[in-house]
Ligand binder design. Structure first.
Ligand code: SF4
Length: 354
């Protein structure tokens, strides 16, 4: 993993939801680093806290959730290992969600693309009007200039006839075209960081491949960082350079994408990888009634506080008296490859002794 070009750092983030039924610890001590021009993939099952981590970064956590601990630092000028002046450093967690400073960051420095494009666009306003509004909110440009820029950005996301699309309503576009329009809206202010939360889940595979190609091309063109959230390891393999695997509000493994697929360390990551179909397996299964492996058990009740490792009720390598007693610490098993699991405690002890 590279050690410089840091754009944003999340340290010890805790975002909890206080509900009448109890406390949901949606994000429970997350550390992440996002680097300029690179894609950090966040992967995990629904409810693991990946979307709430992203919403915390944008200060958009819905009520009754709130950040209760931790720091999110955003470097307006790319952070080259401590060479950044303090005026370029923004402590996002110290800003009020609706403060002018936070509004200036949101949509301008950091943008977000969601799974469902219809939810991101107003159905009663044209695509162009919505992109122009985003541009005029952050930049001092005339209406005519904003319209020109809107047409230009629609062309860059490869929408055909952008000077016509600019005057259409979202419902007049196909799902793939709508998602391109939403990406155009997110990119309209040239953000340093694009958060993409399952942006292709609602699309067919061909359209998904086109959107992924487009995002990679735009990343190169704009040199922006992408935080790509998904439950799909296939998409992670295509998009990300670094990957964080999340389970029940915690990052359980983090490394570069090649190491994750070649040498997954955490039993949860290993189980996730076993649950995706390989072409060889599909061929071998043809004619035989063999099922894909699934991760045993269910994600526990969100209000429960499990002792020890939160994956222990589902873990095939569970160690009685260890895994159900102590919370595993983060262990660096090889340079840049960290894991939260007691199986690697011996490695940690060796590292401390040497
Ligand atoms: Fe499994 Fe124990 Fe490791 Fe948790 S700490 S993942 S229960 S082996």
């Amino acid at each position: 993993m590279t050690t410089d070009n840091v754009l944003a750092e999340i340290k010890n983030l805790h975002t909890y939801f206080y509900l009448p039924e109890g406390i949901v610890r949606a994000v429970d001590g997350v550390d992440l680093t996002i680097r300029a021009g690179r894609t950090l993939g966040i992967v995990g099952e629904s409810g693991c806290g990946k979307s709430i981590t992203a919403l915390s970064l944008m200060q958009l956590v819905p009520s009754p959730g709130r950040i209760i601990e931790g720091e999110i630092t955003y470097y307006k000028t790319i952070h080259k290992t401590a060479a950044t002046s303090t005026s370029d450093v923004i402590e996002i967690t110290k800003l009020k969600p609706n403060s002018p400073e936070m509004r200036a960051i949101r949509g301008n420095q950091i943008s977000m693309v969601f799974q469902e494009p219809m939810a991101a666009m107003l159905p009663v306003r044209t695509v162009g009007a919505q992109i122009m509004e985003a541009i005029m909110l952050h930049q001092k440009v005339s209406k005519a200039e904003a319209r020109e820029r809107a047409i230009d950005i629609l062309a860059r996301v490869k929408l055909p006839n952008p000077d016509r699309i600019v005057d259409t309503y979202p419902f007049q576009l196909s799902g793939g075209m709508r998602q391109r329009a939403v990406i155009a809206m997110a990119l309209s202010c040239n953000p340093n960081l694009l958060i993409a939360d399952e942006p292709t889940t609602a699309l067919d595979v061909t359209t998904e491949a086109q959107i992924l190609d487009l995002m990679r091309a735009l990343q190169k063109e704009f040199n922006m960082a992408i935080m790509y959230i998904t439950h799909n390891l296939g998409v992670i393999a295509e998009m990300a350079q670094e990957v964080a695997v999340m389970y029940l509000g915690k990052v359980v493994e983090e490394t570069d994408v090649t190491s994750l697929f070649r040498n997954p360390l955490h039993p949860y990551t290993q189980a996730l990888l076993r649950s995706i179909p390989q072409l060889d397996d599909v061929m071998a299964r043809a004619g035989k009634k063999k099922r894909l492996e699934t991760i045993r058990g269910m994600i526990p009740d969100p209000y429960s506080v499990l002792p020890g490792c939160t994956f222990h009720p589902r873990c095939p390598q569970y160690m009685e008296g260890v895994c159900n007693k102590a919370i595993p610490e983060v262990i660096e098993v090889e340079p840049g490859h960290t894991v939260r699991c007691h199986l690697y405690a011996a490695h940690s002890a060796r590292a401390q002794a040497s």
